[in-house]
Design a protein around this ligand. Sequence first.
Ligand SMILES: Cc1ncc(COP(=O)(O)O)c(C=O)c1O
Length: 413
Amino acid sequence: MSQLAVDGGAKVRSTPFPRRILVGEEEIDAVMALMNKERSSGGGFDRYGGEHVDAYEREFATYHGMAFATAVSSGTAAVHTALSALRLDITQEVISAPITDPGGVAPILWNNCIPIFADTDQETMNMDPASLEARITPRTKAIIVTHLTGQPAQIDQLQAIARTHGIPLIEDCAQAHAARLNGQLVGTFGDLSAFSLMGGKHHTAGGQGGMVLTNNEELYWNAKRFADRGKPFNSAERKNLFLGMNYRMTELEAVIGRTQLKKLDQVVAKRRALAGMLAQGIADLRSVRLQKIIEGAEPSYWLMLIHIDPAVLRKSKAEFVAACAAEGMPIDLHYDWIAYESPWFRQRANYGQTECPWSCPYYGREVQYEGTCPNARRAIDAHFVIPWHEGYGTQEVQDIVSILHKVEAAYLR
Ligand SMILES: Cc1ncc(COP(=O)(O)O)c(C=O)c1O
């Protein structure tokens, strides 16, 4: 058995893994064309004067087979816009997944609504339908389901529960572009869906951006108005209709996003092929495997979640991960984002020290969060993360496979 790098042995991989390169000739040409248009005739940057944001919205909606898309400035803005399109009242409850980005939860508080967390499935880290059912009350007025790390949540069942109770459902697809369940794209199950187009996502509008999808025309106009300071789109009113944000996407972002959207299928196909190679390469290992993929799911592998069983090892998960890192592979101990464990949430100090909206007399009840999603913590502890992207090749996967074999061989009981 060869000595582990962490104990002074030779590393399996001594060159860094490739960084993700997002920009090709197509993006450069598209941006230059926009710049040249601005230089020669003006009107190139703002969505009111240009063509690209409108075209990007149409193309994104068409890609998903949906009727309406609203382009916004980030994924956080997309969740905020989708939720605000529902025109909720203050202190109404919105059920969310506990493991998600702050940008998926903060919009609930910006609506002065009360977040309630449904626990996760321990194997997938996505929302557990049974827990959702159990946490719905007459106060529940919306549900936000995150498709975490690129694997679809059990969205068919979650959607059926939401429908039975007559509660609108928003899909947060920030991490799951082009993932499918039973052949159907995520983002097409809910009443609304939100996407992040920041630089780390499967396709990007040049570093920041977001998109909201819906088939419901009324929700579409609400979303479009909210994202543009309440402008009276599709209304006889001439002045702004309601409190909104300025979340407009720019032409520069849209021209990049349009170009990137054309590459999305290719990007996802490569990530899936690499995932298949990894699954095959570690099939004989006893301590690690890919996260469970639910039946009918075609994940788009934003991150690679690896399940670890420390019971068969002499070392802890942290020691296993440290040993892998020392061998030269990119690896993170966990995806540890339980929203209610963060200071910004725990301190309830988002509107000064008032503890608004929890303290609001309209709510008139206490809500506690700590420990309410024990499976979320178990799921986080049972997995580690390998950063994953389409710039990897056979060599990178082979090196990861070799490293996992080497570390398991050294640490197996
Ligand atoms: C699930 C989820 N929701 C929302 C967001 C927020 O997106 P953005 O960073 O584009 O605001 C992210 C960002 O990674 C995310 O992963």
